[in-house]
Write a protein that binds this ligand. Structure first.
Ligand SMILES: [Zn+2]
Length: 716
């Protein structure tokens, strides 16, 4: 039996060696195409997706010429520049392109031309041509109309001509190792390369390319581009390496080049190395959702390509599937994910196209929880998805802690109140200095937000986004935290309540910070303990940022003030300052309007699918009452902090106390809208050391942290 297996395997290898070396097989074989054609005949959603694909191919090249104001669909004359430069240097707003050559600031009306603005448009032209090439090649496969294959071939031939003339350039227009030819980064070059390789794979048997043309495409584009991206194995961020590996794999599998495949999958920083070193409890080590999903796209493509050659990376590297599970652990009730580190707040259900591919490969039922939120119209669902999906019962999201990745998700079992605290590793180049930071969601709105990121080309990105004071945590002596890894100290999920305690690790050399959070259906209690490590008194700034409007409820006499310090404080505007020894009380009122999906500025479109993914949201209102227990010589600052998503600033409050041992005890109580004047919001008092009491309309809660967590509710 064993021998027969070996013989079959040998026969398979031999036949593949001859037949598969140069036949269409990168993502879809001719058999797959036939099956997908049948699917489109049976399923309306698949039919609609195919129609859209053919329409996209039909619209080219007219769509390209109209969008860019060009006389033909030729590639750009020079390589593209970094997308992050496409912002007005004066107002920070993204520029608007007016074809053929104007880049207009929507605020000032000023036109910006020359490098880098025109070259960002060149990058977009490369993107568009890569997309059009794949769409045309796929349209050919599904219709067998040679016209589409010829359009795809023309794009490949054009690049075979111009690609060798592009100059090596990086994001700063220097010939650096992480630069590209068609793009300014190996990242974008790799994404584009996958499309070019796949196009070649789809049409090379269509008799639209001559032998010399094939030779030219392979030797002037595919091989040099693979060599170019692979040589950047220095210190690019991890998600970039995922794309480099995928780009190299695409060329390797297309040309049956084993050394390229080996480098991409088994190389020193290949696919397997990434899976074994950069995934912790399912979380991508960069700690930013934009980048995790970005990496997942590349990793999924690599697994798809390998699977076609009989290597099941889903089975061999289980961390790949774990990456698909982890978002559910910190998912906010509206489907969005916290904007931790350099990320927007992407919607998980907007990633269902990726989950379609993963489900088809693994049949893991957990993935259905994401897919069932999206309509099955994505191109990935049509091309790669399971023909039919079983029905599932949506599981309730539950509280969860991830000690190694450093997230604690506290959820109310009976309301949408959710708090997620972050205390894990820094996250590399895209990390923020924000140990013990948290986001808070209630009544349909992320009230306490993370600043996320502005476009990297803007000064505010460096000056604000990653700073400690920009986060809902504690700054010491006005300084930014150091890169640090915090530690989970306690965790308990009780009946109707959840509590966590963590410390900030070595965020500050001269002080230790510990935060305890208790969540019940109506409020969050935050207890902070700040201790000097060097015997000297230090200044502790407790910061909180909440969207909407801010009103001081207590009677603190506030006067205008200006922060003259750096580390992000310089971006705090309309500041008022006051002193008090009694409780600090503030009210925040927020409204969420329906909008497009959240900005995800660090993830330009990267797949074969160019369709926009919108998330519609309903109007929501929420109110949050903040009450912090008073202490002598407390300073309070209020004002506005920058917002990445709009011109509307985000109100903040900073409570400042100085000493060697400082505590903050804060109650955040949320409600759907303003409480009637007769009913009081929950009220916090200190019963004794380490024991706090919260009086609500339902009774009194007593929370003690002396020996572990103790919680007691006494009804009225
Ligand atoms: Zn952040």
């Amino acid at each position: 039996m064993h021998r027969i297996c070996k013989l079959i395997a040998l026969a398979y290898l031999l036949s593949c060696g001859i037949l598969c070396a140069h036949s269409q097989s990168l993502f879809l074989s001719p058999t797959d195409i036939a099956a997908r054609k049948q699917l489109a005949q049976k399923q309306p959603w698949a039919r609609a997706s195919l129609d859209l694909l053919v329409k996209e191919a039909d619209d080219f090249p007219a769509s390209y010429m109209k969008r860019f104001g060009t006389p033909d669909a030729a590639p750009p004359p020079e390589g593209g520049a970094w997308l992050h430069w496409y912002a007005c240097p004066e107002s920070g707003k993204p520029l608007q392109f007016h074809p053929p050559d104007q880049n207009i600031c929507p605020d000032t009306g000023k036109n910006f031309t020359g490098y880098p603005y025109d070259h960002v448009v060149y990058e977009l032209r490369n993107d568009a041509l890569g997309e059009a090439a794949v769409a045309s090649a796929l349209a050919y496969q599904f219709t067998k109309k040679l016209f589409y294959a010829k359009n795809a071939a023309a794009i490949l031939n054009d690049y075979a001509r111009v690609y060798p003339t592009y100059k090596l350039h990086d994001i700063n227009n220097r010939p650096g190792p992480n630069g590209g030819l068609a793009y300014a980064q190996t990242l974008d070059e790799s994404i584009w390369l996958i499309k070019i390789a796949w196009t070649y794979d789809l049409i090379r048997d269509a008799n639209v390319l001559t032998a010399p043309e094939k030779q030219s495409i392979e030797h002037n584009v595919l091989r040099p581009a693979a060599a170019l991206v692979l040589k950047a194995h220095k210190e690019p961020t991890m998600n970039i390496q995922s794309w480099i590996n995928a780009g190299a794999a695409a060329v390797g599998y297309t040309l049956n080049d084993q050394p390229l495949i080996t480098e991409a999958i088994d190389g020193p920083i290949g696919f397997r190395y990434q899976m074994q070193h950069f995934v912790h409890e399912g979380f991508w080590a960069e700690g930013a959702w934009g980048y995790q999903f970005y990496a997942m796209r590349a990793l999924t493509m690599t697994a798809q390509m390998a699977a076609r050659k009989g290597v099941n990376l889903w089975k061999q590297e289980p961390n790949l599937l774990a990456l698909f599970h982890s978002p559910l652990g910190v998912l906010l009730p509206d489907g969005s994910l916290p904007a931790f580190n350099d990320s927007g707040s992407p919607n998980l259900y907007g990633q269902s196209f990726l989950y379609e591919v993963a489900y088809a490969a693994t049949h893991d039922p957990i993935l259905l929880n994401v897919i069932e939120h999206g309509a099955r119209g994505d191109r990935e669902a049509f091309l790669f998805g399971a023909p039919q999906l079983p029905k599932t019962a949506t599981p309730l999201l539950s509280s969860a802690v991830f000690p190694e990745a450093g997230y604690a998700t506290l959820r109310s079992p009976s309301s949408d109140l959710t708090a997620i605290m972050k205390f894990g590793p820094h996250g590399g180049a895209h990390g923020h200095y924000d140990k013990l930071n948290f986001v808070l969601f209630s009544h349909g709105i992320t009230l306490a937000a993370d600043p996320g990121t502005h476009p990297y080309g803007l000064p505010i990105h460096k000056e604000w986004d990653s700073m400690t004071i920009a986060h809902n945590t504690i700054s010491v002596d006005g300084q930014r935290q150091a890169q640090a890894t915090g530690k989970l100290l306690g965790w308990h999920v009780g009946d109707g309540w959840t509590a966590v305690r963590a410390d900030a690790g070595s965020a500050y050399a001269n002080a230790s910070l510990q935060r305890t959070m208790l969540l019940t259906p109506g409020y969050v209690l935050i207890l902070d303990r700040c201790e000097s490590n060097d015997g000297q008194p230090h200044t502790f700034d407790w910061a909180y940022h909440n969207v909407g409007t801010e009103t001081m409820v207590g009677t603190v006499n506030m006067k205008p003030y200006t922060f003259t310090t750096s580390n992000g404080y310089q971006h705090l505007l309309h500041v008022l300052r006051g002193g008090t020894a009694t409780d600090v009380k503030l009210r925040f009122e927020a409204e969420r309007k329906p909008s497009m999906s959240s900005l995800d500025s660090n993830s330009p479109p990267a797949t074969y699918d160019s369709a926009p993914r919108h998330v519609s949201m309903e109007i929501a209102h929420a109110q949050l009452e903040l009450q912090m227990l008073g202490a002598p010589e407390t300073e309070v600052f209020t004002g506005d902090a920058p917002s990445r998503e709009s011109q509307t600033a985000i109100p903040f409050v900073i409570v400042r106390r100085t000493g060697t041992s400082i505590t903050f005890a804060t109650l955040l109580a949320t409600s759907k809208s303003r409480l009637p004047t007769a009913s009081r919001p929950p009220h916090l008092t200190k019963a004794e050391d380490d024991t706090f009491q919260v009086e609500t309309t339902e009774g009194v809660d007593v929370f003690s942290t002396r020996n572990g967590f103790k919680f007691q509710h006494k009804g009225k």
